[in-house]
Design a protein around this ligand. Sequence first.
Ligand code: TXA
Ligand code: MG
Length: 351
Amino acid sequence: METQIKKLDYEAVDMDIIEEAGRVLKEGGLVAFPTETVYGLGGDALNPASSEKIYAAKGRPSDNPLIVHIAAKDDVYRIAKEIPKKAERLMETFWPGPLTLIFSKTDLVPLKTTGGLSTVAVRMPSDKIAQELIRAAGGFVAAPSANASGRPSTTTAAHVAEDLNGRIEMILDGGQAVIGLESTIVDVSEEKPVILRPGAITKAMMEAVIGPLEVDQAVLQADSGIKPKAPGMKYRHYAPRAELTIVEGETERVIAEVNRLTSQAELTGKRVGIIATDETAKRYEKGLVRSLGARSCEEEISRHLFEVLRSFDETDVDYIYSESFETAAIGQAIMNRLLKAAGYRVIEVGK
Ligand code: TXA
Ligand code: MG
């Protein structure tokens, strides 16, 4: 199949293209589209055949449920039952936006879309193109991140094409995703709300609205027998082809250790990539250095993380060493993705 790539302008969204993309979805086809977090691979959420196509296009195990995207808040009541008060407060405060909530589902949602679960993940994106597409498609669009299973999520249309060209009908190109990391996921289907995946809507932001929240143990730890509640979190994720290791500790020590490791590897004929920041990039003496942006601006770091991870796959590096990012707000989300990409390989050099 030939994948059509259509460029859209946020200032003047071409509604003919949106209508055409909406038709593709209604007829059971797949359309990748921009959201404020990452690109999504959309299919009609109420059509089990579409969900099957999504799993096949990504090469994703079909027990890994999809997020259903809506464009009108009230549509949540058609697919979710028992919406707790706290969830309503979160929806009022953070929708539309990068927050996904998990509810018990109604019969309208096919089990194929929820990977066989009786719960459904729902998100209302703030991205204008995403909203128009969801409306044009009939209101309910299932969309995982638009990457081949296991690879970093996509933040540009070119990255989507890299992974999915020839496997889907259409890609809507809305430029670079602003946040760059996937939505925060909170399970509100049980008594105590639990964060299953950290994102740009942070624990503190939500606690200011509904009080204490728990964090699923699997969020910042290696598997070690802990069964994550979001099925997707158990799969190897975001992994670049080279072996990635995070070097953690006081900045000067990190730089010295990365320089030492790089020299050592190069002596044995290996090539090294380094994930740095604007503040430190020039301090690395060897290796292929890529900066995520200014460490002082965590939005910049999160926006570029997947792009930089992906970019190393076009090089011949054998090892990648990355700085660590325990920043105040989005830091937990950045570390969660980086740790997964590194298979939890961390070297501590002391604070
Ligand atoms: O920002 C985002 O959330 C992006 C954009 C496209 O909206 N979507 C996204 O989808 O990241 P995906 O499929 O790559 O990640 C969804 C995660 C998976 O880890 C999945 O296991 C989990 O959400 N999930 C989905 N439905 C669930 C459910 N009913 N219960 C528990 N976890 C669920
Ligand atoms: Mg994903």
